[in-house]
Write a protein that binds this ligand. Structure first.
Ligand SMILES: Nc1ncnc2c1ncn2[C@@H]1O[C@H](COP(=O)(O)OP(=O)(O)O)[C@@H](O)[C@H]1O
Ligand SMILES: [Mg+2]
Length: 639
């Protein structure tokens, strides 16, 4: 704020300072649910503050229906709040400018005229104006705060819902850090503009209009001289600031993103960093990134250090000039003392808005950039999406047919070429082959994580693309190669696909994979909290938990991608026995890392050279003397 802030305008505690507070709360991280120990407090808060209404966004797998995000839409989403805030702004601005007028009346008609009644009346009116302005400011900040909070809450849910809709390829091509930035700093930039920026914009703009009018009302000649003195240098300074700040704040944003990316990577890779003694180098690297951020901050700080005092000095010099020019007019009797005082006070009220408007402009720029990025995100169409009006997949028996399927993560580099595969309902096939051959890829195609580049995949005669994703995935259970556990209880993780599963069902799954001991050893049994990404259990236990998850889901088709690769032989044997029960009567595609697993399947397929090179029972393939026979010979020789 300027040096004039101590004047009448000083109590305009323009909410700029609240921006930081709003920016800190809610950082938009994916949210698993309200922890039980906080739930009560949240419920109490919600009972006290019911005004935000229900979010207007819910998850619709078909696509985002919210329309293009614009400032207008965001602002007019809750017209009642907007109207209340706008009225409060009007009252606030007009009352604020009543101050100097009352001072003038007090001086000219109270002090100079020696009329105590007028002086008392002017003072009382001044005090009343102050109180009412405070009230109007409170109303305005409250309403615009609510408006911003609910608009950004809806926007966050909308963006999150859209992220849920994205296909896997989106997450491969887009860095998680960038997505996080969209949800944090971009939404926050928008929030501060909605909460405070627009209201300030109105207040300052309106103030300038009102004050200019008042200055001319007092004395057109004096007003013209003032404007001639003040406007040109102020314009030059403001244009320079706008230009410099644009570049400075851009640099600052880039630096924040770089810092964030570096931080998140070293957090995720902390085990590897520790193991390879890279801590010192990491610190050096981070010091550089943080140094970039410091330089950017330093730069914007310098710009502000020039612009703020510079404009203040221009204003104060103009005021000094006014004292002389206006003072001479008073001496000549063309102006009263009160009028001169009011004039000088109004002049200071003219200045603050200019400085504020320029600052607001940078805020607006940031929010505009954020809206652009969020729009881009919301317009990303998932590559795997249901055909409009696609029906649900009816309950299936589980016959899977690949017809001439070609697929590559990059269209020019196919991983699978012209693959034909027929898995009968209830059949268990094992998929073997060298690392990187495309086994996991084949498994991902069955669950429609990706669509084939050409060819068709059908389940019970239904092309996967012709049924809804939800109905398809409900009937297919997957245990991925790298299982993922969520921060939550053991039970939440096991009953992930069917949150309504009973305790008995969860325990049955736990027993099936042989995890009873782990659960009983855990401090709170099934209610034991797991740490983020299941870092608090071993990778073998993670795999077992993921398997238990598949048991609870009871799908018709089971896809296991090296689901037992981290297990010791004894656990694996136990899991295999359990799998025999699980797979009974179900169709299963097992990517097998041990030939002992593969041997138990009804049929084995060997994936290599972008296709299925061999297919048949263990005995057939050994007899055929092909690649499987060679793999088996090597394996047998080592065991
Ligand atoms: N998301 C991806 N984007 C691009 N290429 C990928 C992706 N996932 C796997 N690949 C490549 O596709 C090939 C097959 O991978 P994958 O099916 O995982 O092999 P594996 O048989 O070991 O399970 C590999 O060359 C791998 O590098
Ligand atoms: Mg694999």
């Amino acid at each position: 704020m300027s040096m004039f802030a101590g004047g009448f305008g000083g109590f305009n505690v323009g909410g700029r300072s609240t921006v930081g507070a709003a920016g800190r709360k809610g950082n938009g991280l994916p949210f698993a649910g309200i922890p039980p120990d906080l739930a009560e407090g949240v419920a109490r808060l919600e009972a006290r503050e019911p005004g935000h209404g229900d979010p207007r966004v819910s998850y619709d797998p078909a696509g985002d229906t919210g329309g293009r995000i614009t400032f207008t839409r965001l602002l007019t989403g809750r017209p009642g709040l907007l109207l209340a805030a706008a009225l409060a702004v009007l009252v606030e601005t007009l009352l604020l400018q009543a101050g100097p007028l009352l001072v003038q009346i007090g001086i000219d008609h109270g002090i100079a005229a020696r009329d105590l009644r007028v002086l008392v009346a002017a003072t009382a009116a001044f005090a009343a104006a102050v109180l009412l302005t405070g009230l109007a400011t409170a109303v305005r900040m409250r309403q615009s705060g609510r408006l911003a909070a609910s608009a950004t809450r809806d926007l966050r849910i909308r963006v999150f819902a859209h992220l849920q809709r994205q296909s896997l390829d989106y997450y491969t091509s887009e860095k998680a850090g960038v997505t996080m930035t969209r949800m944090t700093s971009d939404v926050e930039a928008l929030q501060s503009l909605l909460q405070d920026g627009f209201a300030q914009f109105l207040i300052q703009g309106l103030t300038m209009v009102v004050v200019t009018g008042v200055l001319f009302h007092y004395d057109a000649g004096l007003a013209l001289i003032t404007l001639a003195l003040v406007v040109p240098p102020l314009t030059v300074a403001s244009l320079w600031f706008r230009h410099a700040a644009d570049r400075g704040y851009n640099r600052q944003r880039d630096a924040i993103a770089a810092m964030f990316a570096d931080l998140s990577e070293s957090l995720n890779g902390v085990r590897v960093v520790t193991a390879h003694n890279r801590q010192d180098r990491n610190v050096v690297a981070h010091r550089e990134v943080v140094g970039g951020y410091r330089d950017a901050n330093d730069h914007t700080g310098r710009i502000n250090a020039v612009y703020g005092p510079g404009t203040s000095v221009i204003g104060l010099l103009a005021m000094a000039a006014m004292l002389y020019v206006g003072g001479r007019m008073v001496l000549r009797g063309e102006l009263t003392v009160g009028e001169l005082t009011a004039f000088v006070l109004y002049l200071s009220a003219f200045f603050q808005p200019v400085q504020q408007l320029v600052q607001l402009y940078t805020q607006y720029q940031q929010a505009k950039a954020a809206v652009g990025k969020l729009r881009g995100l919301l317009s990303t169409v998932p590559s795997v999406r249901p055909r409009p009006g696609a029906p649900d997949l009816p309950p299936i028996r589980g016959e899977i047919v690949f017809s001439d399927v070609t697929f590559g993560y990059h269209p020019d580099r196919p991983v699978l070429r012209h693959v034909d595969l027929h898995v009968a309902a209830g059949e268990t096939i094992a998929c073997v082959g060298p690392t990187g051959a495309g086994k996991s890829t084949l498994a991902k195609l069955v669950t429609r994580f990706y669509d084939p580049t050409s060819g068709r995949i059908r389940i019970d005669g239904h092309d996967l693309r012709d049924v809804t994703l939800a109905s398809l995935r409900r009937q297919i259970g997957v245990v991925p190669q790298e299982p993922f556990l969520f921060a939550g209880t053991l039970r939440d993780n096991i009953a992930f696909a069917r949150p309504d599963a009973t305790d008995d069902e969860v325990w049955a799954a736990v027993d099936a994979v042989g995890l009873r001991e782990l659960v009983e050893r855990s401090p709170d049994g099934l209610d034991t909290l797991l740490h983020e990404r299941g870092q608090s259990v071993s990778s073998g236990e993670r795999q077992l938990l993921a398997l238990a998850r598949a048991f609870v889901a009871e799908p018709r088709v089971v896809v296991l991608d090296e689901a037992t690769s981290s297990l010791d032989l004894r656990s694996e044997l136990r899991v295999e026995a359990a799998l025999d029960t699980l797979l009974e009567g179900r169709t299963a595609v097992l990517v097998a890392h041990r030939l002992s697993t593969a041997m138990r399947a009804d049929r084995i397929i060997v994936v290599d050279d972008h296709r299925i090179v061999e297919s048949g029972s263990h005995a057939d393939l050994v007899a055929a003397g092909g690649r499987y026979a060679a793999m088996y010979a090597t394996w047998a020789a080592h065991t």
